[in-house]
Design a protein around this ligand. Sequence first.
Ligand SMILES: Nc1ncnc2c1ncn2[C@@H]1O[C@H](COP(=O)(O)OP(=O)(O)O)[C@@H](O)[C@H]1O
Ligand SMILES: [Mg+2]
Length: 308
Amino acid sequence: MIETKNLTKNYGNLTAVDNLNLTIKDGDIFGFIGPNGAGKTTTMRILVTLLEPTRGGAFINGLDVTKDGKKVRRLVGYMPDFMGVYDDLKVFEYLEFFAAAFGIERKKRKSIVEGVLELTDLGSKKNATVDSLSRGMQQRLGLARVLIHDPKVLILDEPASGLDPRARIEIRELLRELKRMGKTIMISSHILSELEEICDHVGIIEHGRLVFSGTLEEIRPRLGIESKVRVKVANHQKKAIELLSALPQVHQVQALGDEIAVTFHKDQHANGIVARTLVNANLDIISIQPERLKLDDAFLQLTKGIVH
Ligand SMILES: Nc1ncnc2c1ncn2[C@@H]1O[C@H](COP(=O)(O)OP(=O)(O)O)[C@@H](O)[C@H]1O
Ligand SMILES: [Mg+2]
């Protein structure tokens, strides 16, 4: 649904996007991740026809963005990193304004605006002024605006940045809902963990180059990260350590206070094996906590040592 082929953008001597090849499938949520200045916004602006590439191609649903701009704009909803402010407008006026700008007939505007307000859970705020909304609500309003012409593809530039955890969860839920509606979503962030759990695939970009593309699960082996669990037993900790150390899948066992940290060789079902072993030995388990891949650490490792 979204594709770039050797996409390159120079600003004078600076190569902001460098031979970028991306493929995003229909119905996927794709996380486009990279530090500030990596080239995310530039790539997105090319995809939405606001910027011309220097070299290479960009395609939405097979349409060349440099040749079929009008059709591309009808297919795509773009939420920029900084939205224009229309502070003194009421929420519904703001959305009706954009509905008119998209050429939606006057008769239909009201029901379309009501629909996107409901979807983004802003119905109760329709008479509030835009500047009275919290940052989280303003981001949801930005999404409501992008949805007005019912685009198939959403390109969202850092929609979660600056949001508190609760607002971030609300955005995540909304994105899941949009995926269920069949939209293809490309979403950028400079913080990998911000997009954890919602993305089907991620692409990590640095200095305009793609340094990784795949699923989050694929990052783990690539980084050589082993899976880990933390275990607490009611008693017989020593016995538990002995039993776990003897497992062929286990790389290392450490006692950390009343917890046991178990590091596995590359094994996907780590906690299942731990639980079975302890239960079979009649030990009482208080908790088994898988240690999640620390995405931001993974991100740093992945981009570390890349020389330009
Ligand atoms: N209009 C511009 N003119 C010159 N340089 C720019 C312009 N826009 C962006 N850049 C530079 O291009 C690089 C990529 O920027 P950008 O695409 O905004 O990255 P990101 O969105 O990942 O932070 C940065 O080094 C930035 O300073
Ligand atoms: Mg940016």
